[in-house]
Design a protein around this ligand. Structure first.
Ligand code: AHG
Ligand code: MN
Ligand code: MN
Length: 282
């Protein structure tokens, strides 16, 4: 596992260098499996990760947002790595913080086989969160090494409220719930890159991140295996909770398709319990 995490570190350092001196902000002429237009940078980041993880010890297969199918590397190995090579890539032109997300499953992609979750955030600094038992924050130092900073823990209740999805297509229940949080004093924080929005909630001690079902996207937008599950794992290990609006944990969900999406809510305990009550009426 540690060797695999070291290789993920190499990949994200290489991606961050691509981003820093980026000249080509263009889209390719292709779409990925979810129908998003691919940036050249999405494809490039996927290539970097594939090249490095193909050589990595323990990797059985790769599942990527930017690949139609699962890529088999070595049938006899143990880990299935599912990843979003670049999260929030549509914000690269405005120079916002974006990220890469990795979920490490044993044998088969399934939330119950999730052994570790890792994400990198390309912001003012390059930071890496590695979660096996508890989420640990690392920061790249001047020697190009990730130095441990601290363990991350959520408070029982936070102050931030981040909801995605086109608002005119929200359900009335979601609209009323988000308003109730603002009426309680919560502040809006939403950049449009889930890595940054969830990282902010995690580092500031709590709050709620939502990407609800909408009339135009009844299964939400965020993809289970490489966006939702790794963050649900991290939030729960940090002392928070996750739900799809009905269940007790996003990690109880199973999907057949590797690019399946799900409505998702992640946050500290207070907000998720309150959301589950509000969503009972749906
Ligand atoms: P990606 O760049 O990998 O396609 O992911 C973008 C995702 C996620 O990061 C973010 O939370 C969400 O899209 C934002 O969607 P909306 O603009 O619909 O809020
Ligand atoms: Mn993404
Ligand atoms: Mn992406």
């Amino acid at each position: 596992m540690q060797e695999l995490i070291n290789d993920i570190q190499k990949a994200v350092i290489e991606i961050s260098k691509e981003l820093r001196y980026l000249k080509d902000f263009d889209y390719t002429t292709s779409q990925n499996a979810t129908g998003d237009n691919q940036l050249k940078l999405d494809v490039k980041s996927d290539e970097i990760i594939t090249r490095i993880l193909k050589q990595s010890k323990g990797v059985k297969s790769l599942i990527s947002e930017e690949k139609q199918e699962q890529l088999l590397i070595n049938e006899n190995e143990k880990y299935v790595v599912a990843y979003d090579p670049l999260d929030g890539s549509s914000l690269v032109d405005v120079n916002f913080a974006i990220g890469s997300i990795f979920a490490i499953y044993e044998q088969k992609a399934s939330a119950k086989n999730l052994k570790a979750a890792v994400y990198a955030i390309y912001g003012v600094r390059l930071e890496l969160i590695v979660c096996i038992d508890t989420p640990k924050l690392f920061r790249l130092n001047e020697n190009d090494e990730f130095a441990f900073v601290k363990d991350l823990k959520l408070n029982e209740k936070g102050k931030l409220n981040a909801s995605g999805g086109t608002q005119k297509n929200w359900s009335n229940i979601h609209r009323a719930f988000i308003k109730a949080l603002f009426d309680e004093g919560y502040r809006l924080r939403y950049s449009g890159a889930m890595v940054s929005d969830l990282h902010q909630i995690l580092l500031k001690g709590g709050g709620l991140f939502s990407y609800p079902a909408t009339t135009d996207a009844p299964n939400g937008k965020l993809r289970a295996y490489f966006e939702v599950f790794p963050f649900a794992f991290i939030f729960e290990k940090a002392g928070g909770l996750s739900t799809n609006g009905k269940n007790n944990s996003l990690l109880d969900l199973e999907f057949e398709k590797i690019h399946a999406s799900t409505p998702c809510f992640l946050g500290s305990k207070y907000e998720i319990e309150k959301l589950k009550q509000a969503y009972k009426g749906l």
